[in-house]
Design a protein around this ligand. Structure first.
Ligand SMILES: NS(=O)(=O)c1nnc(N(Cc2cn(-c3ccccc3)nn2)Cc2cn([C@@H]3O[C@H](CO)[C@@H](O)[C@H](O)[C@H]3O)nn2)s1
Ligand SMILES: [Zn+2]
Length: 261
């Protein structure tokens, strides 16, 4: 019962297909983006992010990542435009990262990884009644992916890293209100987009991926705060640092990756 998967040797990405056979499907994520092999699509319009700050609820450690949840019972925090036929509602965002000095993003660009990757998860509330219904539909989810590279301190990321000590252990949660994820966006919203999947079990092939080309910059120190989190719960003896919580790139299987201008 519950989540039996992880990122270790025994329960990691290479074993997920045992309990989640769709892991071997034909539209799995992440992928390696090869810019020269993407299709420039002039019909791809800009994306619009209408994020209203008073919809964040809490921040939690789900044993796989740190997650900020949003009110998704109304249309206050939405993504629209770009490849999307409907507006999609923001449900949560979370991060994937590596260990000190190594890569940690899920998508790679021309074979190169970034230090971390932020995912803002949205669902199609026009066509589906709930996230769970949307999560198993081919056009149910839209995930906005933002790469993080190391450099100077990010001026707003401290709002998240300052509270990570409150969610050190799996299944810990604390209030996190009034956070507007707009402060985590880069300057330009040029993007790549393709049809893929969730990158963690249940790996549903229900995601329209929108990956921003421009990374945001965070410091090594800020990223190091994420590695203070633990995969394990407070009651467990073994302490497992939360790091390398990323799935490696999956076969493209002939999928088209489109590029906005
Ligand atoms: N690397 S990424 O590609 O972006 C993501 N990878 N996984 C993500 N989530 C986890 C997830 C679970 N399910 C799912 C769908 C249908 C049946 C069972 C599980 N789909 N994705 C996103 C996510 C899901 N949730 C859970 O949604 C439930 C239904 O609303 C709710 O009861 C839980 O409390 C909440 O944890 N939260 N986030 S995203
Ligand atoms: Zn993710």
């Amino acid at each position: 019962t519950g989540d039996q998967w992880g990122y270790g040797k025994e329960d990691g990405p290479s074993a997920w297909h045992i309990n989640y056979p769709v892991a071997l499907g034909n539209r799995q994520s992440p992928i390696d983006i090869v810019p020269d092999e993407t299709t420039l699509d002039r019909d791809l319009g800009p994306i619009f992010l209408d994020y209203d700050s008073c919809t964040s609820i809490n921040i939690s450690n789900n044993g796989h990542s740190v997650v900020v949840e949003f009110v998704d019972s109304d249309d206050r925090s939405m993504i629209r435009g770009g490849p999307l036929d409907n507006p999609y509602r923001l449900k949560q965002f979370h991060f994937h990262w590596g260990e000190k000095g190594h890569e940690g993003s899920e998508h790679t660009v021309a074979g190169l990884g970034y230090a971390s990757e932020l995912h803002l998860v949205h669902w199609n509330a026009v066509k589906y009644r709930s996230f769970t219904d949307a999560a198993s539909a081919p056009d149910g989810l839209a995930v906005l992916g933002i790469f993080l590279e190391t450099g100077d301190d990010h001026r707003w990321l401290h709002l998240i890293t300052d509270v990570l000590f409150m969610v050190k252990y799996k299944d810990s949660v604390t209030d996190f209100k009034g956070f507007n994820p707009k402060c985590l966006l880069p300057n330009r919203l040029h993007y790549w987009t393709y049809l893929g999947s969730l990158t963690t079990p249940p790996l549903h092939e229900s995601v329209t991926w929108i990956l921003l080309k421009e990374p945001i910059v965070v410091s090594d120190k800020q990223l190091g705060m994420f590695r203070m989190l633990l995969f394990n719960g407070e009651e467990e003896d073994e302490r497992k640092k939360m790091e390398n919580n990323f799935r490696p790139p999956q076969p493209l299987n002939g999928r088209e990756v489109r590029s906005s201008n």
